[in-house]
Ligand binder design. Structure first.
Ligand SMILES: [Zn+2]
Ligand SMILES: [Zn+2]
Length: 373
């Protein structure tokens, strides 16, 4: 059973690093074995407090503990009065017990927490799915924080060792003698990359990188109204971090497939509907396709070819609420296959309207067209 380090220190889970540190310092002074020489329980309490602070006092370990309930590289040793060297990365604690200036080497930052990268996944959906919203299962591969070493890259129980090349300083100094005098050149240590520590026993699971490639399956909720280019942010589904760094986010980028009937502009939809010459002249009530269901639309008598009618609220839903409109462009079809009876009726109509029409023979017309080509 892992201990609740927050209870041990008596700080709330959301306590700041400053609060944790302050509380620890107060408790450590209070229970230090030198202070409570006659209290045998104080020593145990002191160890407990040290262990809790070893974890909560370090942001990387603390985030590891918060997420996994344990820390991957707890030193297998006593947290009694001689624990001081475990805390060496923390200046003020070192100073608290050994006095300011006791340390001789400057400590570079060790095992800095590095957050995981954000990832992008492209998702293609139909216009209908964009209109109604949908659920899509996606599979992608990402780097996950290694579950064996918790992203430290080290075998469990092994601690990072002081880099032998730079002796833990993270930098190398070169003396140069010139005619102007001595110069010291300082360069970052190549062996440890400036961290001052090296990993002697890299984690066997991840080879010391702290992460593993893993497949991830997710169900993405696509809200109604998305368009091509809409980015859906799925928090904490990106790459895992290392050294306690937080996981990145996943961005699902939506692509809406072109639709055979509808064109889209923002939240408005456009479509073309053919009507007959007679419908255009007399008016009618027709059925037009909608993104949800077919809907009926009245055509006024005397409608001209290319007339655009608007159906309010029949377009796409808007991500911010509301709905766009559907614009229907009416194409008037002129009949090409008149029977002789229909031919006669049209001539009568022309006559009634006082139009002089000289009908052409279709076969003749076609011949002329062929000649002109
Ligand atoms: Zn590992
Ligand atoms: Zn080094």
């Amino acid at each position: 059973m892992a201990k609740d380090y927050y209870t041990v220190l008596g700080v709330p889970r959301g306590a700041s690093q400053g609060e944790v540190k302050q509380t620890y310092r107060r408790l450590a002074r209070e229970y230090h074995p030198d202070v409570r020489k006659d209290d045998p329980q104080a020593n145990e309490r002191f160890k407990e407090i040290n262990e809790a602070y070893y974890v909560l006092g370090d942001p990387d370990r603390r985030s590891q503990y918060d997420r996994f309930g344990q820390v991957g590289d707890m030193p297998a040793r006593d947290f009694g009065r001689d624990f001081g060297d475990l805390f060496s990365p923390f200046d003020d604690l070192f100073d608290m017990f050994f006095g300011r200036g006791a340390r001789t080497t400057a400590r570079p930052q060790q095992d800095q927490a590095i957050g995981g990268a954000h990832l992008r996944h492209d998702l293609e959906i139909s216009l209908e799915e964009a209109a109604h919203g949908t659920e899509k299962a996606i599979t992608f591969s990402r780097l996950d924080t290694c579950t064996v070493c918790f992203g430290t890259g080290r075998e469990r129980g092994s601690a990072p060792e002081t880099c032998p090349t730079c002796r833990g300083t993270g930098e190398l100094r070169y003396q140069q003698q010139t005619v102007f005098g001595h110069f010291t050149q300082v360069v970052t240590c190549r062996e440890c990359g400036g961290r001052g520590t090296v990993i002697r026993h890299p984690c066997r699971e991840c080879g010391g990188t702290g992460r593993r490639e893993a497949a991830r399956e997710l169900t993405v909720q696509v809200p109604p109204g998305v368009d091509s280019g809409t980015r859906l942010r799925i928090p904490s589904e990106g790459e895992g971090g290392i050294h306690g760094g937080i996981r990145g986010d996943l961005y699902v980028v939506v692509h809406v497939r072109p639709h055979p009937v509808f064109a889209r502009e923002g939240s408005d939809l456009y479509c073309e509907v053919p009507i007959s010459m007679v419908q255009a002249a007399l008016g009618d009530e027709i059925s037009v396709p909608g993104i949800d269901d077919p809907t009926t639309m009245a055509i006024p008598p005397g409608t001209q070819p290319g007339t655009r009618l608007r159906l309010r609220g029949q377009g796409m839903p808007d991500l911010r609420g509301g709905r766009g409109d559907l614009y229907v462009r009416l194409g008037v079809e002129i009949p090409k296959d008149l029977t002789s009876e229909q031919h006669q009726v049209l001539l009568q109509l022309a006559d009634l309207r006082g139009e002089r029409v000289r009908p052409q023979k279709r076969s003749l017309w076609k011949k002329m067209k062929d000649l002109l080509q």
